[in-house]
Every structure is written in C-alpha cells, then in structure tokens.
Design a protein around this ligand. Structure first.
Ligand code: SF4
Ligand code: SF4
Length: 303
C-alpha cells in the first residue's frame, strides 16, 4: 500500500464544500470525460501540464531563452507555447521571476499524500469532517485511491469519494469498501446528449451509479445544471426519476453552471466553448428543485 503512487494536481486543506465538516480534498489528475463546462480543465489530462498565467507575465522573456526545446516564442500578444514541443521539464518555471509559469500535476505516493492529510486530524475530529478524493476521475487511479482511503479509514478519518462514475466496475469495487460517502455526478440521462457535451456516452456511469446505490454507502447525487445541456424540466425530471428508483434515500445537489474555471483554459492554451453561456436563473433552479423534491428526494441548490 505504501508504494501506491498516483498523479494529483492539488491538495486542498480546510475545504468546506466537498463533504461534511472541514476536509482535506485530494484532486486526482486525469479524467476520461471532457465536459465542456469543466471548471478544472487541468484535471482532464493525466500527465503534468504547463500553465502560463498571462495576467502575471511581465514580458521579460527569460523563459524563451531557458527553454531547451525551443517551445516558447514571442508572439504579438506575448508568450506563445508550442505544446506539441514542450516536454514539461519545468525550466521556464524555474527562471520566471513573476510566477507566471507553473506545472500542474505531480506523482505522489499514498504515504506523501497521507502526510499532508493527517496534519489536520484535529480539524476533522472537531468539525465532523474528513478526507475527500476528487478529480479528475478517482476511478482512473483505483489502486492509489484505495490505498489512500484505507489509510484514512485506519486513522479514523471520514472518507468521501467525489466521482463522475466513469471507470471500470473493478475499479469501483476496489474503493467502495473504504468509502463512507459518495458524491456521484449524474449529468444527463440521454446517452447521445451526454456524449456530445461530456465526450462519452453515459452507459458506464449509469451502471456504476446503480452499483454504488446498491452498496448501501450513503450517496449524494450531484447534477451540474448547464445551459443548453440539461437546463430543462425534462432533463432534470429524468435524472430525479433515476435517483428515486435506484437511490431513494439519496440527497440531490443541483450545481448551477459558473465560469470560475474560464481563466484556466487560457492558461492551458485551450478553447473555452461556453464563453457566452449564462448561469441558470434562480427561477429555473427553484423549479428544478421542486421537480426533484416531487420525487420524494431531498434537494439542495449549491454554489
Ligand atoms: S519568464 Fe515569466 S514573466 Fe518573463 S516572459 Fe516568461 S512567463 Fe512572462
Ligand atoms: S516546461 Fe520546459 S519544455 Fe515546456 S516550455 Fe517550459 S522550458 Fe520549455
């Protein structure tokens, strides 16, 4: 177990949004989905990536000279990075005096992550908190996840897994025994619409949802409410129906779309497809909540 390694892009201490109480959230890097609204685009690629924050860049161009691959050039708007050439060596990060370059994602052992987690043991105990594994997709690194969860269990820390459900049944079954709470995303019931905006169909997700529901582990279903994707009464109703049938004791969280992650797309050299999209209206969110509650489910609108 101690030798299990994984790739993470953030360890967030004192988190209050990823489960009960005060938590440490470990963000796994790598996700098989590519949702166009993703607020953590740096989570999608399993490999470490270079991020350039233009708002911090002072155009000193030390990075251009430092790059051994010739991947950085000076363009009309400042630094340009050829990501097909970049090897993510980090030399430009080292020489940048303004913190405009950074690498996201690094391989860590379960022991190294647990060393960070256990620093806040007192907070977990006093607040009813614990540890959340999030992503990215936790199921993409099941041995690492299971090792971490087992360590947390042995230490008496509450464990939560926040998953999009896109992984093998074998992976899921490795982590269920060590999980006290699942946050499970359901985005759309229609497989074609799901594929068009999340990059893959939803058959695997819906199968895994039933597996988690049948496991008896407490479950919160999280529904990102995204304009032009699932912000209709029918789409919300279909999801509520699925949850009511398979997990009638589950709580549903509606997560209104927001643009908080937009800047990260620029930092990674990616296009942001939802640039013109608006946050769902309070009226629609109220109606969506009523739809969910009409199925006998508990529902919260979160931010
Ligand atoms: S070294 Fe840093 S501040 Fe200077 S041009 Fe490169 S990214 Fe910008
Ligand atoms: S990470 Fe290395 S290869 Fe990539 S741009 Fe920076 S110096 Fe060049």
């Amino acid at each position: 177990m101690a030798s299990a390694t994984g790739t993470v892009f953030n360890i967030q201490r004192y988190s209050i949004d990823d489960g009960p109480g005060i938590r440490t959230t470990v963000f796994f890097k790598g996700c098989p989905l590519s949702c166009v609204w993703c607020s953590n685009p740096e989570s999608q690629n399993l490999a470490p990536e270079l991020m350039h924050r233009d708002s911090l860049c002072k155009r000193c161009y030390r990075c251009v000279a430092a790059c051994p691959e010739g991947a950085i050039s000076v363009g009309p708007d400042g630094v340009e990075i050829d990501r097909d050439v970049c090897t993510v060596c980090g030399d430009c990060v080292e020489v940048c005096p303004h913190g405009a370059m950074r690498i996201t994602g690094r391989e860590m052992t379960a022991d190294e992550v647990f060393d960070v987690i256990e620093r806040d043991a007192d907070f977990y105990r006093d607040s009813g908190g614990g540890v959340t594994l999030s992503g990215g997709e936790v199921l993409l690194q099941p041995d690492f996840a299971a090792a971490l969860l087992q360590r947390c269990r042995e230490a008496g820390f509450h464990t939560c897994v926040d998953t999009a459900g896109q992984g093998s049944l074998e992976a899921l079954r490795k982590i269920i025994p060590y999980t006290d709470l699942f946050y499970f995303d359901i985005k759309h019931i229609d497989p074609k619409i799901h594929r068009a905006q999340a990059g893959r169909s939803n058959e695997v997700i819906l199968r895994n949802f039933q597996e988690v529901a049948a496991s008896g582990v407490p479950l919160v279903v999280r529904v990102p409410v995204v304009p032009g994707f699932n912000d209709t009464s029918d789409a919300i109703s279909d999801i509520a129906e699925l949850v009511a049938v398979h997990a009638p004791g589950a709580t549903v969280h509606l997560l209104p779309y927001h643009r908080y992650g937009q800047q990260k797309y620029d930092m990674l050299g990616l296009d942001y497809e939802l640039a013109g999209a608006e946050t769902p209206s309070p009226e629609f969110l109220r109606a969506a909540r009523n739809i969910v509650e009409s199925r006998g489910l508990t529902c919260e609108v979160t931010v």
